[in-house]
Each structure stands twice: as C-alpha cells, then as structure tokens.
Design a binder for this molecule. Structure first.
Ligand SMILES: [Zn+2]
Length: 259
C-alpha cells in the first residue's frame, strides 16, 4: 500500500534568529532565521493519516509574534479530506505547535508514545521552559480522551496503517516520534521536531530545545536509516520544504506534495 504525502504550512514567524534554533553557541546567533509551522497529511484511497495537529488561530493570537497563514483544517478539506472521518491522528510530541486541532478530528484514534504523555503529566512538566512549550488544555484533552479509549499509547515502533509506521526516537522530548510512510518515491520520513530544519540533520547540529542530547544525534542516524533517500526526510519547521517539493495547485506557499 502506497500513500500520497503532503506538507501543509499554516503559520510562519519571520522575526526569529539562529540563536533560538541551534544547541550551543552560534557565532551568527543574531542572524535572521525564519521558522514555519506545518502539519502533514498522508492519503491512500479512502484512508488518511494526519501527522500532528498544529495550533489554532486563538493560540497564535495569545502567543503573539506569529503570522497565521491559513487554517490547516481548510487546507485539509482543500486536499479532499473530511476531518470528521480521518481515522488516524499521530502526534509527534506534545509541544503546543503540534496539538492544537485535536478536537477537530472527532473520529480519529490518536496515536502517541506513552512516555510522551507520561512526561507532560509528571512533576517536570511545569519547570523552566516546559511550562511554556505545552498547551495545558491540549494535554488535559488527551488525558480525558485516553480515559474514553480513544488514545492509543504506544512504546517504540507502531504500525498506524499498512505502509505507515511511527518510530519513537526521543531527544527533543522524551517520547518524540517520527512517521515513516511508504510512497511511490520510496519511504518518506516525516521528521517533525526530530529535525526542525535541513541544517539540523544536514550538519549534525541539534535544535536548541533538548531533552537528551545523545538521542538527538541518534535520531538523525535513525531517520537516515528509515528513509529511502536523504531528500525524503522532511524537516518539521523549515520554510524551504515548500521550495524543494512541488506546490499543490491553488495552494502555493501553503501545501506541497512530498511524494
Ligand atoms: Zn517541539
């Protein structure tokens, strides 16, 4: 079973600098370094898998400083998929920019690594930068939905659907997972925050937000092993994804066809 894969950009922040994005000292820390925000959609016949749930316009307004381009919900509909009947939503991790639209997929089973949810309900969740990186309402919603049986908490490798597997790599957060998708071009790896930018994996330079540094390096190696070509590893926040892959007609600057 092969899938079509789309990157769907919904927000952008131009006024960000290198120093925010790379671990350790950066001699060019104040150089401009824009960041984009995406969700990803895999489609095969009537089947659909959404990878990550973005953030809402309300969250964007509250956090400020972000340009909200187009609701990912509208773009998913433009790609011919009805969010009400999407059967699978896979979450890479529980940072606020990956969890916002969970409530808009009422028919979906939500797939998440068990240790990711465990972390965000632990005594560490409120400390330091963590408090700012998650949306309390989204975490609470997941806890609630888990009690109804709608959340599938997994550990390690999990087959979401034939040809689509989730792989826990950690590093950026304790239970960060990436999604591997079989396509006609080969296996695509949707890295999400396993590699925010091409430069993270390309130059072996971890992102600034670190849970476990050795795991971040190992995640780079694991993604190379999972993808059939390095260009099929899709970073989670790089604006250049939309330059490297063809735009969907009518959705230029918003959606690209990865494979
Ligand atoms: Zn993150």
């Amino acid at each position: 079973m092969t899938w079509q894969v789309y990157a769907v950009r919904f927000a952008h922040r131009d006024a960000s600098v290198r120093g925010e994005h790379f671990y350790g000292h950066d001699p060019c820390a104040l150089d401009r370094f824009p960041i984009s925000y995406y969700v990803w959609l895999a489609v095969s016949g009537d089947e659909a898998v959404l990878f990550d749930a973005g953030f809402t316009p309300e969250t964007a307004a509250r956090r400020g400083n972000r340009e909200y381009l187009r609701s990912p919900m509208d773009t998913i509909r433009s790609l011919g998929v009805d969010p009400d009947v999407v059967p699978h939503v896979v979450l890479s991790h529980l940072h606020y920019d990956h969890t916002g639209h969970l409530r808009d997929f009422p028919g979906a089973r939500i797939v998440l690594q068990e240790r990711e949810l465990a972390f965000w309900t632990s005594r560490h969740a409120s400390r330091g930068e963590h408090a700012h990186l998650a949306e309390p309402g989204d975490v609470a919603y997941l806890v609630e939905q888990n009690l109804t049986g709608r959340v599938r908490l997994v550990d390690g490798v999990h087959e979401v659907a034939p040809g689509v597997t989730a792989h826990r790599l950690g590093g950026h957060t304790p239970g960060l997972q990436v999604l591997r998708v079989a396509t006609e071009a080969g296996h695509v790896v949707l890295a999400a925050d396993g590699s925010h930018f091409y430069e993270n994996i390309g130059r072996d330079r971890p992102y600034a937000v670190v849970n476990h540094l050795p795991s971040m390096y190992e995640a780079f190696d694991a993604m190379r092993a999972l993808a059939d070509a390095e260009e099929l590893i899709v970073p989670g926040h790089d604006p250049r994804v939309l330059d490297r892959f063809p735009a969907v007609t009518g959705l230029e600057g918003i959606a690209a066809r990865i494979a």
